[in-house]
Design a protein around this ligand. Sequence first.
Ligand code: GLU
Length: 482
Amino acid sequence: MLTHPTFSIRNLLAMTLLALFLFAPFLAYISHQTVLEAIQSRGELRVATRQSPTTYFLEEGEPGGFEYELAKLYADHLGVKLKIISYNRLQEIYDSLRLNNTHLAAAGLTITPERQTRFEFGPSYMESKTQLIYRSGNKRPKGFDDLGEGRLEVMANSSHAELLATLTPEGVDWHVADGDLEVLDLISRVDEGELDYTLVDATEFTINRAFFPRVRPAFTITEPQPIAWMLKQQRDTSLQHSLSNFFADEEIQHAIEGLKERYFSRSQRLNLVDNLTFRRHMETRLPPLRDWFQQAAEETGISWQLLAAIGYQESHWNPRAVSPTGVRGVMMLTQTTARSLGLTKRTDPEQSIRGGARYFAGIHKRLPERLQEPDRTYFALAAYNVGRGHLEDARILTERAGKNPDSWEDVKAHLPLLTQAKWYKTVKHGFARGHEPVVYVRNIRRYRHQLMLESRLEAVQQQQSASGAAASRLPEALPNTL
Ligand code: GLU
């Protein structure tokens, strides 16, 4: 009997499939890598986060933020590259872990009972209380019973939403905010009087409080709760073990303390009174100047928020400002500088802003190649303020002290020495009011930060009104959103 040729092919196929089926577990076993091995062989740690001043942000195109720096430490510890993936919504962070798009989430996430049923957490590196905040001028609520008719919204899928779902006494009306709104957006809405209350992590609120001068903490809801990195729930515990070792390392603990100091300490907060004025001026003085800042940004490649922050530090956006030493206008240019830039009238805001921007861009460009962003911008600001020569002197003192002359953190610690004869006599350009550029750079960074926040908020609002999102801000049922 002739065998039909397709029959044997089919047979062969069936046998191959059967063999594959039988041996698959074995093959998987021999090629099996732990999560940690996979990260190492791929040479990349993928970290999910969200943008906020305490987590991750870009400053002049350079990444920064407590979580970013901590994640970078861990990637360096593993000897792999760090790939940050920033999401707008917490839900997207959770999905990315579940779908194995990222290895861990570093986003200021609180360890909560509900989350623990669905995810693993690494060792906790920080703690925070949760507070309810309100707008000053309104009556301060002392507990949930005092909230009355006021509207309380919290970030979707946050630990705050979980808290309210479990803790709130009956009768308190609360809502999950539109999915794209970050905690900072909510704080800002309370500040603006568009929302009555929200919940915040005290750590996050404290460092941003100065930017929202009308917001006050009303009462504390929880004892400090642990914050940690979140991981997918899986049998493989290699990443967990690696994290335990990393966080237990003494040097790492020391580095984390340094990061906390840098990102969360008291000195990082802007003076409240100053800030109130700044906010008012943003509404009254900035609008007529904003187009010039934007045009100057296009001409120079420096962000308009940075240029506007310089303008604020220089003149409080007053085109007619005059200093006792005769510098004038929004950007407070000297007569000589103005002439060299070809300006005819320093008090003309357009000329002052576009000229000042060109002048700053020139300083920025002429700095030594080796100065990298974001520090390069800080050095340029310091040079704009105190002059390049004095800045160079401070860099020399920094190097002599065995510190890094290319790091703004290090140089700013040495600039004030230029007020003391014992130091300035040893360098070329002599005495300088070295404290000034330090304050100057710090203030400008803060103003810029605030302007960027505002731009972000505007973008969210525009998006919302474009998509008619008002409707989507209606309360969603929590179990579906957590
Ligand atoms: N800790 C909050 C959470 O886990 C994040 C929001 C915040 O920073 O306030 O959802």
